[in-house]
Ligand binder design. Structure first.
Ligand SMILES: C[S@@+](CC[C@H](N)C(=O)[O-])C[C@H]1O[C@@H](n2cnc3c(N)ncnc32)[C@H](O)[C@@H]1O
Length: 248
């Protein structure tokens, strides 16, 4: 089994693939200026589509294009959108977010909860700015350092698992240099991390009987992330950023 297949086997029964919860999604959405005029939304790396459903339900005139590279996630989203009554305003798009074609200045809002790492913050923000209409917004969340002087254990772990992990100030400076105003940013609270880690830990326990050494190694690495994230919860965690395109 490839690592990608294994990751999808682990995550397929889970409702989310990154820290965050409905409260933090709504808090970020509340910070978006002029929400009432948002008509075109691009939600990238949506997983099962928790955020897509919130965006479509809250922004009642908006059309939300929901992108993911894993077809079963989008099938679940399409089913849930029908159940919730918003299927007429959600367009699931199967594809690589690094390769999709989006017209310049066509989007009012680009959302990327827990998925900007796929492209990398700098490249993503530069590309997405071109897709945004003037004064359009980006909202994304990502793992960030919350200290300039991390302990050795998280420092060593993240140097291997996510060497590009930045701190909040460097992300702000990067966004400003590319042509955004930082409207707001906030650290996702502990409950938002638990909403992800508690079911994930239960899922790891279900899979612990696996015999394949490669599989067990991946499970151990995810458990290590959970343990480090909890033990050093004041040193690193998910941060939400809400940015607005400004003209140079
Ligand atoms: C960490 S999960 C976050 C999922 C969801 N946004 C959430 O918060 O629960 C990352 C998601 O990005 C998707 N993904 C990974 N690489 C991708 C790519 N190149 N293009 C589009 N989606 C991708 C994965 O299938 C997965 O659903």
């Amino acid at each position: 089994m490839s690592t990608d297949d294994l990751i999808y086997e682990i995550f397929s029964p889970l409702s989310q693939g990154a820290p965050g919860n409905d409260a933090s999604t709504l808090r970020a959405l509340d910070a978006v200026p002029c929400c009432d005029s948002v008509l075109q939304v691009l939600d990238l790396g949506v997983g099962h589509g928790r955020t897509t459903l919130i965006l479509a339900e809250t922004l009642q005139d908006a059309h939300v294009t929901a992108v993911d590279i894993h077809a079963p996630f989008l099938e679940n989203l399409a089913r849930d959108a029908r159940i919730t009554g918003v299927a007429n305003r959600i367009y699931p798009l199967l594809g690589d977010m690094a390769a999709i074609e989006v017209a310049e200045k066509s989007m009012d809002l680009i959302w990327a909860e827990g998925s900007i790492y796929v492209i990398g913050i700098q490249c993503a923000l530069a590309t997405w700015r071109r897709w945004l209409r003037p004064a359009g917004c980006v909202a994304f969340s990502d793992f960030t350092w919350w200290t300039d002087d991390p302990s050795e254990t998280p420092s060593r772990f993240w140097a291997t698992e996510y060497p590009e992990m930045a701190n909040e100030n460097s992300i702000r400076s990067c966004a400003e240099a590319i042509g955004y105003r930082v409207v707001s940013s906030f650290r996702v609270p502990r409950e938002g991390h638990d909403a992800y880690y508690v079911p994930l830990e239960a899922r790891l326990a279900e899979l612990a009987g696996h015999r394949d050494a490669g599989v067990l190694k991946v499970l151990e690495s995810i458990q290590e992330e959970i343990d480090i994230s909890r033990r050093y919860s004041d040193e690193a965690g998910y941060t939400f950023f809400i940015l607005q395109r400004v003209e140079n």
